[in-house]
Each structure stands twice: as C-alpha cells, then as structure tokens.
Design a protein around this ligand. Structure first.
Ligand SMILES: C[S@@+](CC[C@H](N)C(=O)[O-])C[C@H]1O[C@@H](n2cnc3c(N)ncnc32)[C@H](O)[C@@H]1O
Length: 706
C-alpha cells in the first residue's frame, strides 16, 4: 500500500516537473521569438538609418546582426573590394573594439620612423610610425591589414589584443566598420615590433592597443607630411601604369605592394591576362595559394595556351597540396616545353629598331683586374673568373639569404622536379651545387676574347632578368652590352608583336663543332637558328671537307704567317685557295659562310705583312661587307685592322669614316641610334668609348676628330 502511495506521489512530482519544463521551454521560445523580433526590428530600423548607436546595445549577437546587415547593404561594394587576405581570414564577421583613448597628439615629427628603417626584432624606443591603412582589416589571429608610410613603403600590420566584446560601462568604443580602420585611416603606432612571420615574410606588430593612435581626420598635426603615393596616385591613370608600378614593387621583392597594384590594374581591366598571372605570382610568393589558383584559372579561361598561367597554376596546386592535379598540369607543361627553350621574352607589341629594352644592374660581377691584378685577359682566365663569381655569389647569399630566391629561379639544367625546385627556392638555403649550375647556364661574359685584343678588362657577371633571354647563333634581334655592372639590352632591328626577343650568348668563332660543344654539352641548347639548321642538314662529306681545309689552315698556314718575318707568297696563295674552296662549299648560302671569316682577316694581315696594304684593305673591306649585319664582335676586329691600314696608307678621310662606323657599333647599344646629321654625337660617344673601348679614342686623337 505504502509503495502504491509513493508511486502516486512520484507520478504527481513528475507531472509537476514536466509542466515546469514545458513552461521554461515556452518562456525560452518566447524569448527567442522576442529577440528575433528585436533583431528584425533592428534590421528594419537600420535599413532606414545610416548609423546606429552600437554603444547602447550590450548583446554581442546584436552586433553580429549589425555586421551582417551592413554586409547585405554593401554586398556589391564589398565584392568589388575583394581583398587578397579574404581566403586566409575567418569568414565569421567580427566587431572589434578599440579600448584606448584618443590621445592628445603632441608628437615630435623628428621621431617618426619609416617602414624601411624598421629592423627585425628591434623595437625602436621613443620612435613612432606614421602610416595609413591601405587595405581592409581582416580578423585572423589578430587584426591584419596593409599600411603604407609617407615614403610609400608598404608592409603588413597586425594589431593584437583588441577586444571583440566590449566590457560594460566602457566608453569610446568603436567597431571596425565605423569610424576607424577603413582604408585611408591615419595611424600613429608606438612601440612597434617588427618580426618575421614565416620565411622572409615580415610584419609590423602592435601588442598594445594603447600604442595605436587613430589620427582624427580633423587633426592637423601631420598636415605637413607629404605622401609619396598621393603624387603617384595622380600619375596613375590606367592599368598599364598599375602594371608598371606593380612590376617595380615586384622587382624590389615588395610582393604585397606589387599585388595591390596588380589588383588595381585588374579592377580596370579584369581580362588582362598579364596582370592576372603577375598577381598570381605575388600570391604564390605570399603563400596565398587559393588566390594564385583563382587568378591562374581566370587567366587560362581567357588564354588556354598560356604556359606561364599553367605553370603558376601547377605551383598553386602544389602549395595547396593537390599534388596529383599539380603533377598532371606540370607534366603536361613539361611535354609542351621540353622541345622548346623554357622561358623567354616575347614582344607584346611591335618594337622599333634601337629600342632600349632593359638596363639591368648585375646581381654580381667580377672583373679580371680584381681577380688577377692585371688588365690582361686570356682564355685560361675565364674559368678563374667564373670561380671567383661563384665565390662572390655564395658569400652574398650567405650574408643575405633572402636573395637565394632570385638566383634559384634561374635555369640550372639540373632537371630537378618542380617540387624539389620549389622546396629549394622556399628554403633560402645556400646550395653551392645549385649556384654552380645556375652560373654555368646564365653567366654573362663582359667582354669576349677578341682576336688579339689584350688591352680590355674582361669580366663575368650574373644578371637576373637578362638571364631569361634565349640564344641564337645568328639573327639575334637584341644586342647586349655591359657598362661597368650595368647590362644594356637594345633591339637591333624592328621586332613584330609575338616575336621572341633573342640575344647571342657568345660571339665566338663560327666553327660548328666548337659551337656544338658549347651549346649542347654546356648549355643544353638544341639551337634552331638558320646557321645551326643549315649545318645540321649538310652532308657528312661536306662537313669532313670543311674540317680538313680548316685543319690545314690552323696547322700549316696560320702559325707560319704569324711567326715568319717575311711572308712566303705561296702561303698567301694557299690561303686564298682554302678560302675559295670553303666558300664554294657554302655557295648556296654565302651569307652563312662564317668559316672563312678568320681566314679573310688573316689574309689581310698577310698582305699587310708582305707590304701590300692596298690589297689588305680591299680584302678587309670585302670581309666587312660580308659580315657587317651578322657578326658584331668580329666586325670590330675587321674595322680595327681597316683603320690601322688606312692610317698607314694616309687615307685620313676614309679612316675618319671608319671611326664613325666603329663608334656607332660600340655606343649605339647604350646611347641608342645616333643621327649622322647631328655631329655632336661624336663627342658624347667618344667620352663613352674612353671607358669601354679606348682604342677608338686613340684613333680619333690621331685623326684629330675631336
Ligand atoms: C640563360 S637561360 C635562358 C632562359 C631559360 N630559357 C629559362 O627558362 O630560364 C639559358 C637556357 O635556356 C635554354 N635555351 C636558351 N636558348 C635556347 C635555344 N635557342 N634553344 C633551346 N634552349 C635554349 C637552355 O636550356 C639554356 O641553358
């Protein structure tokens, strides 16, 4: 019975509990509905009002609604302002509050520090950074944005310890979408710490909101400060300007600023493939693989055969660890390029003759007089020069490892897999093997060992952008020329849009076998120039015959001519005979008949030695006419000899004409096309040759040209 009573009691209690539970649930439901109603009301109200008084609300969720609301209202505007940090940031919307007080700005402008003077891991005491926000802030582990200083330096900026839930009773709180932190906000930051985030990526970090002063728009404290980008902004008008500006930042390794400029260009020309693939490269370097992938995919939509876009897409996929997809793309790319030349320069528009394409400062050069303590150069010294260059570059990379990426991006001939290469590039590790191989394929001789010219300083150097030019043994359309450690690249004829820009790596003797050793064995070049094609197509018999004739010249004629005081006329006869035979073997292609070039110079020398200067002169002039459009380096030797003989024959007017010809050959790659009808060019040109080819100046002095 007791048991039954107890059970009854339990039932009643249970019923009461259930009733209470139901009541609580209903109340909760009502609360929720009320809150929803409140939110709806707020949304409705806010749609009508531009500003709401956030400080009055204390419920975090209401702030969230506010942000969503703003997002809805400004969705179009925000789409336009696609920020590159978007992919990294937390997509939930935050309201972040500044809890510091606006300070009275009595800062001494002398204590302002520029971004370029910040040093990693060194807090500059007493100094402050004046900067302005140039990108939207995003909330990641901190609040992140880009800032620029008055000098135009751009850097990442992270604000730590800013609360996103305001504490009760706090005044002076602001949300990131309200009064401060939009693009253009002027900030003063004290106690700045400058750090590496990963690799060589740096960031300005502020740990204490009290160190950040948001300069009121009406505050005139910094009204005298000139902002370099204000001036730039006036100048920048179109996508090309942004492109150029982006490239400038890119070459100084400021990938954030480069990205920012490319993005501005893309806003103006969304279908500009070059801008898209350039921005993709900046994203890759900033480890923003998602963004890089997006850009390359858009670029490939417009230009499905764009190899660079495909290559960068492969790299982005690697970065995202989609290895299978990346391998497919890169293998396909390898297939498409393996018979080609790899990267190179292609004309994007018609380029007129004598256009200066590039003046590039060498990454590093070494000169023969630095290495050997002498001005005299010879072939044995070439290896020592390259060794010295290897040492210098290695030391430079040890001291400044962030330069590794610049050097390692060049072709190295090591056949590393894409991943291995990317890993090496990302590590910034000094790798001697890679440096040696990179130099092997990219070093530039500063002066070639020319026929008996032993008075010039030679040298060798590594140049980054010029290293992307491919080679042709003849018909190169770009000439390159060194002045100190600057390399000048100038077109030597009009170039049409789409044509490849080509240089001649080495103007050495045009003997096929000799060239083949250099091209195939050393440089891994399967040259398809007119000359190489012709030589490949010639029969074995013709080749053997040529070799035989050249052997006779080298072994039994040349040494005798050089050594003997009196030239035996039969030697001259023999030499003429060989020249005639060699020419007849190429009679169908007289313009590609280079085997006789040295022989013709030697014939002129022989006639001069035997006292027949007139004959010597006519032989050399004939040689000049044959090769003047093709072989620049040897042409200088021919003209030198013509000049010497003309002076000996006292043909002064003629000699002056030849001084003009050689002056132009030497200085036009640097100065551009010289106009005959403006005689003042001679003075300028001779000032230049004094430094680079003083031999001409001694001729000019003898002839009293200046
Ligand atoms: C100085 S790099 C030139 C840029 C290189 N194409 C790249 O992708 O970085 C020299 C290398 O380019 C390639 N190259 C240059 N000219 C070439 C040509 N005419 N034919 C084939 N490959 C060439 C060879 O692999 C050579 O070792």
């Amino acid at each position: 019975m007791k048991k039954k009573d107890d059970e009854k009691k339990d039932d009643e209690t249970k019923k009461k509990d259930d009733k209470a539970k139901k009541k609580t649930m209903k109340r909760k439901k009502d609360d929720k509905t009320k809150k929803r109603g409140l939110k709806k009301d707020l949304i409705r109200e806010d749609l009508d009002r531009e500003k709401i008084d956030l400080e009055k609300k204390d419920d975090e969720s209401i702030y969230c609604v506010y942000i969503i609301l703003l997002t809805k209202k400004k969705v179009d505007e925000k789409k336009k302002r696609l920020d590159n940090l978007d992919n990294l940031c937390d997509k939930r919307k935050y309201v972040v509050h500044n809890i510091n007080k606006q300070e009275n700005l009595t800062l001494n402008i002398q204590l302002r520090i520029s971004i370029s003077n910040l040093q990693v891991d060194n807090v500059p005491t007493g100094r402050f950074l004046l900067c302005r926000v140039i990108s939207r802030f995003v909330k990641l582990y901190a609040l992140l944005a880009l800032v620029e200083d008055p000098e135009g330096n751009v850097e990442r900026f992270a604000l730590y310890n800013w609360t996103n839930i305001p504490k009760e009773g706090q005044s002076n709180i602001k949300s990131i979408n309200q009064l401060f932190l939009p693009i253009g906000t002027l900030l003063v930051i004290k106690n700045i710490s400058y750090e590496y985030v990963t690799g060589n990526i740096t960031i300005i970090r502020s740990n204490n909101p009290d160190d950040v002063i948001i300069v009121d728009q009406n505050n005139k404290s910094f009204s005298d400060v000139k902002w370099s980008t204000n001036e730039k902004k006036v100048e920048i008008k179109n996508a090309d300007d942004f492109h150029r500006c982006g490239n400038d930042y890119f070459s100084s390794s400021n990938y954030i600023a480069a990205n920012y400029n490319y993005s501005n260009g893309i806003k103006l020309e969304p279908q500009n493939v070059t801008l898209l693939i350039n921005r993709a490269e900046t994203c890759l370097r900033l480890y923003q693989f998602h963004n890089a992938l997006k850009d390359t995919e858009i670029a490939l939509m417009y230009e499905p055969n764009n190899l660079i876009a495909a290559y960068r897409k492969g790299k982005a996929l690697c970065g995202l660890k989609h290895y299978k997809e990346a391998t497919n793309i890169l293998q396909n790319l390898h297939q498409r390029t393996k018979e080609g030349k790899g990267r190179g320069w292609i004309a994007k528009c018609d380029i007129p003759e004598y256009t200066l394409l590039m003046v590039s400062k060498a990454f590093k050069v070494v000169f023969s007089n630095e290495v050997f303590g002498t001005m005299i150069s010879d072939t044995q010294n070439d290896d020592s020069l390259v060794e010295e260059l290897t040492t210098c570059i290695t030391l430079k990379l040890i001291a400044e490892p962030y330069y590794c990426q610049e050097v390692y991006q060049l072709y190295d001939g090591l056949n590393l897999s894409e991943n291995e290469k990317i890993e090496l590039i990302n590590k910034n590790e000094v790798n001697i093997n890679l440096i040696v191989h990179t130099l092997l394929h990219n070093d530039f001789g500063l002066n070639y060992n020319e026929f008996n010219l032993k008075t010039e300083i030679t040298g060798t150097g590594l140049c980054i952008l010029p290293s992307l030019f491919n080679h042709a043994c003849i018909d190169e359309n770009v000439n390159h020329f060194f002045l100190g450690d600057l390399i000048f690249l100038r077109t030597n004829r009009p170039i049409s849009k789409g044509e490849e820009l080509i240089i001649n790596y080495r103007n050495f003797a045009f003997c096929y076998e000799e060239r083949l050793v250099y091209l195939k064995t050393m440089m891994n070049i399967d040259c398809q120039c007119r000359l190489c094609k012709l030589e490949r197509s010639e029969s074995q018999e013709i080749r053997l015959r040529m070799r035989e004739l050249l052997k006779i010249y080298n072994e039994s004629i040349k040494p005798k001519l050089l050594e003997s005081h009196n030239v035996d006329p039969s030697l001259i006869k023999e030499l003429e005979d060989i020249i005639a035979k060699l020419s007849s073997l190429r009679k169908e292609h007289p313009d590609l008949e280079f085997n006789t070039m040295e022989l013709r110079i030697m014939l002129g020398y022989a006639y001069r030695k035997s006292g027949n200067n007139k004959k010597a002169l006519s032989i050399l002039k004939e040689a000049y006419d044959l090769y003047k459009t093709i072989c620049l380096s040897q042409i200088r030797v021919i003209i030198n000899n013509i000049l010497i003989i003309s002076l000996e024959l006292e043909l002064f007017e003629e000699a002056k004409k030849w001084v003009d010809i050689i002056l132009k050959i030497v200085v036009e790659p640097i100065m551009g096309k010289l106009e005959d009808d403006k005689p003042e060019w001679r003075k300028e040109a001779l000032r230049l040759t004094e430094k680079i080819y003083p031999k001409i100046n001694s001729f000019a002095e003898t002839l009293e040209i200046v």
